[in-house]
Design a protein around this ligand. Structure first.
Ligand SMILES: C[S@@+](CC[C@H](N)C(=O)[O-])C[C@H]1O[C@@H](n2cnc3c(N)ncnc32)[C@H](O)[C@@H]1O
Length: 266
């Protein structure tokens, strides 16, 4: 599912409905179903076959505008089990872990699949994502969310249930990306399986976790360009002559640590 290409909505597509106050509702278009809100009802059938950006009158006489969600909208609005990596963090992680087309990425845990979708887009059909999740309920939810966004789980995304350490050698990744509580346990594994120049990235919410992962990287002795950072994104309110930062922002999500593998005596 790609937004903004001029393709009309089809059954099964994700659709974001905007009301006049800017409230947004994420729905899956299903033939014969109705969307209900305090602004009245709207038949999905009215949207199916229509282009993105069109507006539709509800039974209350108000209007809703329909667009396909951007990936950032979908990740933040989808129902989920595990906490997703925020789009601001996922975007920065892709850049600083240097993830691009054709690469093989080992990811864990899949969680709700939020980061998996971002990685899948970054590596594209010539790449490969192997995403490992230890909890069956999380893996199953992630599979349905990923299919909900892309239309089906992309061929190049391999969703597995298990322990990430056990998959590492066979996958032979170019990059390892971790959003799990104890990423330091994976540092010796990353040191063993990554190629020279390969990248390791870990996202953790707490300072002691940063200390532990950095200590493990130091101990491994084969990572350079190690860096830990956080991403603060402050939205601005722009209304007429009132132009100022928004009163509210997401104050803290987590810290991203990256490093590159070098070969020492190998
Ligand atoms: C915070 S969630 C990941 C969220 C995900 N990045 C997203 O954007 O949706 C962490 C997940 O890691 C899984 N997990 C923890 N340790 C793991 C391990 N050693 N191998 C595989 N999965 C693991 C947990 O079950 C949980 O679902």
């Amino acid at each position: 599912m790609t937004s903004g290409t001029g393709d009309p909505f089809g059954p099964g597509d994700a659709c974001l409905l905007y009301d006049a106050k800017g409230r947004r509702y994420l729905i899956e278009l299903i033939v014969g179903r109705n969307f209900h809100s305090h602004r009245g009802a709207l038949a999905h059938d009215a949207i199916i076959g229509s282009p993105e950006g069109a507006s539709f009158e509800t039974t209350n006489g108000t209007f809703l505008t329909a667009l396909r969600p951007r990936l950032s909208d979908f990740v933040l609005k989808m129902s989920r089990g595990a906490t997703v990596l925020y789009p601001k963090d996922a975007a920065a992680l892709v850049m600083w872990a240097d993830i691009g087309p054709g690469m093989t990425v080992l990811e864990a845990g899949t969680g709700s699949g939020g980061l998996t979708m971002v990685l899948a887009r970054a590596v594209g059909p010539t790449g490969r994502i192997v995403s490992v999740e230890r909890r069956e309920d999380h893996a199953s939810l992630a599979r349905s969310r990923i299919a909900g966004f892309f239309g089906a789980v992309p061929d190049w995304v391999d969703l597995r249930i298990g322990e990430v350490a056990e998959a590492a050698e066979e996958v032979a990744p170019d990059r390892i990306v971790l959003d799990l509580p104890d990423p330091w346990d994976m540092v010796p594994v990353a040191a063993a399986v990554l190629p020279g120049g390969g990248g390791f990235a870990a996202y953790v919410p707490n300072v002691p976790q940063v200390e532990a992962v950095r200590a493990a990287m130091d101990e491994a002795g084969c990572f350079i360009e190690t860096s830990t950072f956080e991403v603060m994104m402050r939205d601005w309110s722009v209304t007429g002559r009132s132009v100022r930062p928004s009163h509210r922002m997401v104050g803290h999500t987590g810290f991203i640590t990256v490093g590159r593998k070098i070969l020492r005596g190998e």
